[in-house]
Ligand binder design. Structure first.
Ligand code: ARG
Length: 463
């Protein structure tokens, strides 16, 4: 088979090393089906615009379907990309007089940009599905843990009591925003560059709105130079994926910590764990570690895309070929990580006792005690903060007597003279009551969390 692009301006063919360096055939496997669709839409439009004859259109379309059924393996891999290899296969099947007409009025530049958008569009739909699967498993686990008390952390230090449900809802909030970002990116990806040709459109009387319609795009990328040059939509999609991976890496990190003997808050289902080849007792949270690691892969893809795009003069440059594989890796990694995370969450065992035991450790009720001093006595919060801080520093169990001593040294007044009783102190130190009192919007009180789970479920129905 002769190279149909090396019969005119070029005569010699690249040697093996040059071919491997320049060819995109391996990565083009991603766009094989899309390229057939793009070829078909373009061919139909050419016929409707009376640029090619009906019989030629019919034989091109039926051959394209045959090529699709034969699969990518049947193509000649010595070509520099899928587009030209596919065209060459078509010419082998129907002859150049017919097959050689398919490329009228277009270029590989608008062709490849259209293929990438077609594939990415579908991938983002899958990605959105997986975001929602994870949101759902978080909401289900949250509704089973409305009263599961745990310590909340800031700086990874025990801070205040919260519930496991409240903690999980923080992640659904982030995922809801991620969903919105994907949808937004989708709207800009769903635009058709086909018909821009090399960059300066074409003198053939093509109909860009018809190919747009056949391929189901929302609109066209209007300026023909912009249409073939831009890969901003890849950067945007990769950023959206990277942000999802950042969120997943935070969840993964928590799962890893919570699985340690020190925390012992959860136990992963065996499917999501590995053991050691030497230490027989080990149960390692490898899947969570891999999600954390794969966040780096997504970030790397985003950085590659940005760097490849930098300073490229208009219009098409072959550098762009290097950009494409990064998006496949990035979206695939993100979609799979979401799926794995959803499975991990819905199958893990939750050690409610260990969480509750830890929920008061480190004087997590100190804020509520200070708030109580303010509410009971009307002293300024800053003064109450100082009194409770002194008790915390001395490591005392805060009884009424201890509080009185601390208060006296700060204000020469006892809290008991200002209305504080042992019962009120007791209530302030009860983690369950701490949570019940935090019923402002978005707080951990169970009724409020229940309301948020309800609106999270409503969001899932509309998303
Ligand atoms: N493999 C190329 C890419 O991914 C296809 C477009 C080739 N265009 C060209 N003028 N050589 O960008």
């Amino acid at each position: 088979m002769s190279d149909i692009l090396r019969r005119g301006r070029l005569s010699s063919t690249p040697d093996e090393k040059i071919h491997k360096f320049t060819s995109s055939m391996i990565d083009d496997a991603w766009i094989f089906d899309a390229d057939i669709l793009v070829d078909m839409a373009h061919t139909i439009m050419l016929y409707e615009q009376e640029i090619i004859k009906k019989e030629d259109c019919v034989s091109i379309l039926s051959s394209l379907l045959k090529i699709r059924d034969e699969g990518i393996e049947k193509l000649d891999w010595s070509y520099e990309d899928i587009h030209i290899s596919l065209e060459s296969r078509l010419i082998d099947m129907v002859g150049e007089d017919i097959g050689g007409r398919m490329h009228s009025g277009r270029s590989r530049n608008d062709e490849v940009a259209t293929c990438i958008r077609l594939v990415l569009r579908n991938q983002l739909l899958d990605l959105m599905d997986e975001i929602n699967t994870l949101r759902e498993s978080l909401l289900i686990t949250a509704s089973e843990n409305l009263k599961t008390i745990m310590p909340g952390y800031t700086h990874l230090q025990h801070a205040q009591p919260t519930t496991f449900a409240h903690h999980l809802l923080a992640h659904t909030g982030a995922l809801k925003r991620d969903f919105g970002r994907v949808l937004d990116a989708f709207s800009r990806i769903n635009m058709c560059p086909l018909g821009a040709a090399a960059f300066a459109s074409t003198g053939f009387d093509i109909d860009r709105s018809r190919t747009r319609e056949l391929l189901g795009f929302e609109g066209i990328v209007e300026n023909s130079m912009d249409a073939v040059s831009t890969r901003d939509f890849l950067i945007e999609a990769a950023f959206v994926c990277t942000n999802i991976m950042l969120n997943l890496s935070k969840m993964a990190e928590e799962i890893i910590l919570w699985s340690t003997s020190e925390f012992n808050f959860i136990e992963l289902d065996d499917q999501y764990a590995s053991t050691s080849s030497i230490m027989p007792q080990k149960k390692n949270p490898d899947t969570a570690e891999l999600i954390r690691g794969k966040c780096g892969v997504a970030t790397g893809s985003l950085m590659s895309l940005i760097t490849i795009s930098k300073s490229l003069p208009l219009s098409y440059n072959r550098d762009l070929q290097e950009a494409t594989p990064n998006i496949w890796k990035c979206v695939e990694t993100t979609t799979t990580s979401l799926l794995i995370m959803a499975g991990m969450i819905s199958t893990m065992k939750i050690n409610k006792e260990a969480m509750e035991l830890q929920s008061v450790n480190g004087f997590t009720t100190a804020t509520e005690l200070a708030d109580t001093l303010v509410r009971v006595s009307g002293i300024p919060f800053r003064t109450a903060h100082q009194i409770v801080g002194m008790i915390a520093k001395d490591g005392h169990v805060p009884t009424l007597e201890i509080i009185d001593d601390a208060a006296y040294s700060v204000m020469q007044k006892k809290m008991s003279d200002l209305g504080l009783t042992e019962d009120i102190v007791h209530e302030a130190l009860d983690p369950h009551l701490n949570i019940d009192r935090r019923k402002a919007a978005g707080g951990p009180a169970s009724n409020e969390v229940l309301r948020c789970i309800g609106s999270g479920k409503d969001d899932l129905v509309s998303d």
